[in-house]
Design a binder for this molecule. Structure first.
Ligand code: NAP
Length: 470
């Protein structure tokens, strides 16, 4: 087993703390530029192992099986470093098992195509076939909010396509990623196909964006960092999956109880730290009072407490500075005229779920991405205003619509500038196989999800053969 940046290579170590208690939960190597370059060169010195589709499928399923067997310990490790509650981290482990099994299934298929050659005035008696080849080394950078599944979403398509990958997880949550790498090796993945490096993000990213062996940079995180990396990356493929400010839009024909259920789950799940969390709740004025009352009743059921307690529904956000920033945005929104309905209490990195009503659209709380358990309600009069408010941020990741009117649904599908529209579902709904990704500052329209990522990690080669039968 070999993890680049292991203690013997690193000049110093990084401490990882539990966001809830502050206790030290682990130490990881702080790899510098030299170690990262060395890791890339060790991976690329020789051609990567060529595993058959069957071998890749077996390895992916073995990784899934080990995660299933070790769900409890992986969830506890994830909770200890991220502050996400055990309910969330167990759910994340289950999602990652799905990703791996889907990637294993996907090794059985490809999108090869066949074209006749004897067409057009200059046709020849030939046939043209396409197939996909690995692009070469992928360098991936992942955020803190899903310490396991974000990394699995980068690694599984790489294994499925025989693509070597080097991953830099968030330095706030590296322990789960390192354990995942060990699991991959235990499952039989040759070490030349996977490295995980931890350390200073700026230094690591400088190597990822300048080393000639890196064929693709795959980044998930904030638009500020993503845009900087696009500028740095030069002539290589780059995929960015960036932030979101997703609306849940509740029209006047909606069942307010069902809509409030979606709003609460979408706003508070994973401590509100999902790129596709419900970050703005747009409610048509006629039903807004009833909706806010229903949301308040549901919010009272959510327990925000020690993330390691099995009964907890909402753990901490990633650290105390993040919680302080969110509390400040809530206070500013109240100062700008919003009405506090519930919550707005902070204890270290732990925030109680907070509802605000009558939130003005210009507040930082809703104009920017607020990554925490907050449910800001914005009231509107008609569908034109709903579309305009919804599109009125720099983000365009996903959206959720609560209405049964097909004319309104088709208007939203056509006019919302987002990557996904979910009718009667939270914005975060997706299958691990379906295409996923945003527009505007949420991404450049490239999609991820296992199948799309397998396409991104490969290039199409065409070959033509003599084919005498036209
Ligand atoms: P971030 O600050 O952009 O960090 C993302 C990754 O980039 C981390 O590994 C981070 O390392 C690294 N990084 C930070 N500064 C860097 C720099 N100057 N150069 C190179 N790398 C750098 O984002 P985050 O706060 O971790 O994550 C939250 C964001 O991710 C939110 O905006 C969320 O919506 C977005 N997100 C998007 C998706 C999607 O699929 N669209 C999914 C999940 C999350 P360190 O953590 O070690 O600093």
């Amino acid at each position: 087993m070999w993890i680049a940046g292991e203690a013997q290579f690193a000049a110093s170590m990084l401490d990882v703390h539990d966001p809830y208690s502050g206790r030290l939960v682990g130490r990881v190597p702080a790899a510098g530029k030299e170690q990262v370059t060395e890791a890339i060169e060790r991976m690329t010195r020789q051609s990567p192992p060529k595993l058959s589709r069957q071998q890749r499928s077996v390895i992916l399923r073995r990784i899934a099986d080990i995660i299933r067997r070790e769900t409890d310990s992986l969830a506890r490790l994830n909770t200890a470093e991220s502050g996400l509650c055990l309910k969330d981290t167990r759910y994340e482990a289950a999602r990652s098992i799905d990703v791996l099994n889907l990637a294993a299934d996907a090794t059985s298929f490809d999108d090869s195509a066949v074209f006749p050659g004897s067409v057009g005035a200059n046709g020849k008696p030939r046939r043209i076939f396409t197939h996909r080849e690995s692009i070469g080394l992928v360098a991936a950078i992942t955020p803190f909010n899903h310490p396991l599944n974000q990394v699995v979403h980068k690694i599984a398509p790489a294994i499925a396509t025989n693509t070597p990958i080097i991953v830099k997880p968030s330095e706030k949550t590296p322990l789960t990623a390192l354990r995942l790498a060990e699991i991959c090796y235990e499952a039989g993945l040759p070490p030349e196909l996977l490295s995980v490096v931890t350390g200073n993000p700026i230094e690591i990213a400088e190597v990822f964006t300048s080393h000639p062996a890196v064929a693709l940079l795959s980044f998930t995180g904030s638009p500020t960092v993503g845009k900087r990396l696009i500028q740095q990356a030069g002539y290589r493929r780059v995929v960015v999956e960036l932030g979101g400010n997703d609306p849940l839009i509740v029209m006047e024909d909606a069942d307010v109880e069902a809509a409030a259920e979606l709003a609460a789950n979408g706003a508070y799940g994973n401590s509100g730290q999902r790129c596709t969390a419900v970050k703005r709740i747009l409610v048509q004025r006629g039903i807004a009072d009833a909706f806010v009352a229903a949301l308040e009743r549901r919010t009272q059921r959510f327990v925000a407490a020690d993330p390691a307690d099995e009964r907890t529904d909402i753990g901490t956000v990633i650290d105390e500075p993040a919680a302080v920033q969110i509390a400040r945005r809530i206070a500013d929104a109240i100062g700008a005229g919003a009405r506090l309905v519930a919550g707005h209490r902070r204890d270290g990195a732990l925030l109680q779920p907070t509802i605000l009503d009558h939130v003005p659209t210009g507040c930082e709380l809703v104009a920017e991405e607020t990554f925490g358990p907050v449910a800001p309600v914005i009231r509107f009069d008609g569908i034109d205003e709903a579309v305009s408010i919804s599109n009125g941020t720099r983000y365009g990741l996903s959206s959720a619509i609560c209405t049964n009117r097909i004319d309104w649904i088709s208007r939203f599908v056509s006019d919302l500038r987002v990557g996904s529209v979910n009718v009667w579902e939270v914005p975060g709904y997706r299958s691990e196989a379906s295409p996923f990704g945003g527009v505007k500052d949420s991404g450049l329209g490239c999609k991820e999800g296992v199948v799309e990522a397998m396409r991104l990690y490969t290039t199409v080669k065409t070959l033509s053969l003599p084919w005498p039968h036209p």
